[in-house]
Design a protein around this ligand. Structure first.
Ligand SMILES: [Zn+2]
Length: 140
């Protein structure tokens, strides 16, 4: 009984487990993801050099935006911008970088017809970014 210990996703200290944080740390290993429960958390922007926090990150939306240099996007958006990839290639990059912690964000476009490309979907432990998740309007 009392089976597997499930890590509390909201706990301070788990921020670096967030896919969006993992992605940014893949590019900027020295960047420290902010912890907290707010929808948007202030952080220093790793994409440009700055002394003050002018960027925000959201674990709820799995997105990042910077008011200083203008970098913003969700996981795929950031990969596309940073590595100059098309959408499909960026999805593959996300899987490479994030492994099982990355789940494609369902887009409401009707042209998601290539889902068999990656083989079986992986089973992921953290399910808190549930099916109710949507791309916020400011990311479109
Ligand atoms: Zn910036």
């Amino acid at each position: 009984m009392g089976a597997h210990p499930v890590p509390a996703a909201n706990e301070v200290g788990c921020a670096s487990d967030e896919p969006i944080a993992t992605l940014i740390r893949h590019w900027f290993p020295l960047w420290t993801p902010p912890a907290g429960n707010a929808r948007w958390l202030k952080t220093r922007c790793p994409f440009h050099d700055e002394a003050h926090a002018s960027a925000s990150i959201s674990y709820e939306y799995q997105a990042f935006r910077c008011h200083g240099c203008g970098v913003k996007g969700d996981i795929i958006g950031l990969i596309r911008e940073r590595e100059e990839l098309a959408f499909g290639a960026a999805q593959r990059r996300a899987e490479e970088i994030l492994g099982g912690s990355y789940k494609p964000v369902p887009r409401e476009s009707a042209r998601v017809t290539r889902r068999r490309a990656f083989g079986e979907p992986r089973t992921v432990g953290s399910e808190r970014a549930g099916p109710g998740r949507q791309v916020p309007p400011w990311l479109r």
